[in-house]
Design a protein around this ligand. Structure first.
Ligand SMILES: *Cc1c(COP(=O)(O)O)cnc(C)c1O
Length: 422
C-alpha cells in the first residue's frame, strides 16, 4: 500500500487512542522496530522514549523473545482455557506467584490490563457477597489514579482524567480521597482514615497504583503510605488492591512497587510489561483468603473467562521476558537510567513554563504549567530523533531498560526540547 493511501485510510477508517473520528492529526507510520528504535515509513528512525506505554522493557525484536514466540507458534498459538491447560500458563502462574509478595498465590489470566482490574474488582465484590455482606460493594481510591478504560476501572480513575462528568449516572459512584502528596504526610493519612471509617460498611476494597500514579498524572508518593493503607484496610475489614500494571517488572527500581513498602495487597494486577510488550495479556493475583472466601459463597465460582484467557503465545513470551529480566542486572540498568534521566532532565528547570521535573526509577517527568501543545512537542522530539507521546501538562519518558547512555541523552534532550516547544 502506498504511504498516502495508508495515511488516508487510517484517518478515515481507524480509531486511535483518545481520538476523534475522523482523526485531526496524522500519526507516524512505523514499518518495523528493533532494539530501542522505531523505523518509520520514510526510512528515518526514532529512539523510543515510551517503551510503547511501559510495555517494551527489553526493546523490540529481542532475539530471545522472538525465539520464544516462534517456538510456541510451532506448538500452538491458542487453545481455549475452559477444561484445557498448558505448560506456558502453568509455568507463568508459578513464576508470578514466586516473584510477587507472599502470600499472593492464585492467578487469573486475562487479555488486558483493564480486564485484570475488572477481575480484581469482581473478586473483591464477590468475596463480600460470599461472606453474606453484599452492602460492601463500593471502592475507595484517591484522586489522580488511572486503572483502565472499561467502566468499572474508569469509575476508580481520577474523576477529571476519567471524564466522570460525561458518564454521570452511568459510572458506579466510588469513594475518592484527595490525591496523595509526594512526601509522606501524617495528616493525609488521618483524613484518609476518617473517610474510610465513615464509609467502611459499604466499602469492599481500596484500589490504588502503588508508588507511581501513571496515566492519571505521573505523580509519585512515599511507599510508607502503602503501609498505612494496609493497616487501615485490615482495621476496617476492607480488601486492598494494588494495580501494578504500569509499575510492575522493575520500572520503579524494585521488581514490584509493593516491594518498596514491604506490603502485600490482597489482590494485585499486572499487565503491560508482563509480556515484554510483545502481546496483550494481564493477570490478577489474589491471596488464599480471597479465593477461599469466594469458594464459600452460594455461587462458589468466579464467573469470568475471556476467550483468549492464558493465551499460550502470550504466556510463552511472558515467561521468556520475565526469565530475561531476572537473569539480567535489571536493577543496575534501572539505576543507570534513573541517574541519566535526573541529570539529562535537570536543564528543563530553566525552561519557561516548566513547573516540575521529577524522576523515579526509569521514569522521567517534566510537568508544565499549561496544556502541552502535543503536535509542537512531538515535532520537536522527532526532529531530535526521539519518539515521545505527551499528554495533558506532561512530557514524560520511560525508556526500555536496554537504552544505552547515548540514546538516553538523546531522549532527555528531546524531552527538554519538547518542553521548550510546547
Ligand atoms: C495501562 C493501565 C491499565 C489498563 O491496561 P490496558 O492494558 O490498557 O487495558 C490499568 N491500570 C494501570 C495502572 C495502567 O497503567
Amino acid at each position: 500500500m502506498d504511504l498516502e493511501t495508508l495515511v488516508e485510510l487510517d484517518r478515515s477508517l481507524v480509531w486511535h487512542p483518545y481520538g476523534p473520528m475522523p482523526a485531526t492529526q496524522s500519526p507516524l507510520v512505523v514499518e518495523s522496530a528493533s532494539g530501542v528504535r522505531l523505523r518509520l515509513a520514510d526510512g528515518s528512525e526514532l529512539v523510543d522514549g515510551m517503551s510503547s506505554w511501559w510495555a517494551a522493557i527489553h526493546g523490540y525484536r529481542h532475539p530471545v523473545l522472538d525465539a520464544a514466540v516462534q517456538d510456541q507458534l510451532g506448538r500452538m498459538s491458542h487453545v481455549m482455557f475452559g477444561g484445557l491447560t498448558h505448560e506456558p500458563a502453568v509455568r507463568l502462574a508459578r513464576t508470578l506467584v514466586d516473584i510477587t509478595p507472599d502470600p499472593l498465590r492464585h492467578v487469573f489470566f486475562c487479555d488486558s490490563g483493564s480486564v485484570a482490574v475488572e477481575v480484581a474488582i469482581k473478586m473483591c465484590l464477590q468475596y463480600w457477597r460470599s461472606l453474606g455482606r453484599p452492602s460492601k460493594h463500593r471502592l475507595m481510591t484517591w484522586r489522580g489514579g488511572y486503572h483502565g478504560d472499561t467502566f468499572h476501572p474508569m469509575s476508580v480513575t481520577d474523576p477529571e482524567g476519567g471524564m466522570h462528568a460525561l458518564w454521570r449516572g452511568i459510572l458506579p459512584s466510588q469513594l475518592f480521597a484527595p490525591a496523595p502528596s509526594a512526601a509522606y504526610d501524617a495528616s493525609y493519612v488521618a483524613s484518609f482514615a476518617d473517610l474510610l471509617a465513615e464509609h467502611a460498611s459499604t466499602v469492599a476494597a481500596i484500589i490504588v497504583e502503588p508508588v507511581v500514579q501513571g496515566a492519571g498524572g505521573m505523580r509519585f508518593h512515599a511507599p510508607e503510605l502503602l503501609r498505612d493503607l494496609r493497616a487501615l484496610a485490615d482495621e476496617h475489614d476492607v480488601l486492598l488492591i494494588f494495580d501494578e500494571i504500569a509499575t510492575g517488572f522493575g520500572r520503579t527500581g524494585s521488581l514490584f512497587a509493593a516491594d518498596q513498602a514491604g506490603v502485600t495487597p490482597d489482590v494485585m494486577c499486572v499487565g503491560k510489561a508482563l509480556t515484554g510488550g510483545y502481546l496483550s495479556m494481564g493477570a490478577t493475583l489474589c491471596v488464599p483468603r480471597v479465593a477461599s472466601g469466594i469458594s464459600r459463597g452460594e455461587t462458589p465460582v468466579l464467573a469470568h473467562g475471556p476467550t483468549f484467557m492464558a493465551n499460550p503465545l502470550s504466556s510463552a513470551v511472558a515467561n521468556a521476558s520475565i526469565d530475561l529480566l531476572l537473569a539480567s542486572d535489571w536493577s543496575s540498568s534501572v539505576k543507570r537510567i534513573s541517574s541519566g534521566l535526573a541529570s539529562g532532565l535537570a536543564p528543563a528547570w530553566d525552561v519557561p513554563g516548566v513547573s516540575d521535573v521529577r524522576v523515579l526509577g526509569a521514569i522521567g517527568v517534566v510537568q508544565l504549567d499549561h496544556e502541552v501543545n502535543v503536535p509542537a512537542a512531538t515535532k520537536a522530539a522527532v526532529e531530535r530523533g526521539v519518539w515521545l507521546r505527551p499528554f495533558r501538562d506532561l512530557i514524560y519518558t520511560m525508556p526500555p531498560y536496554i537504552t544505552d547512555d547515548t540514546d538516553l541523552a538523546a531522549i532527555t534532550s528531546a524531552v527538554v526540547a519538547a518542553a521548550t516547544a510546547a
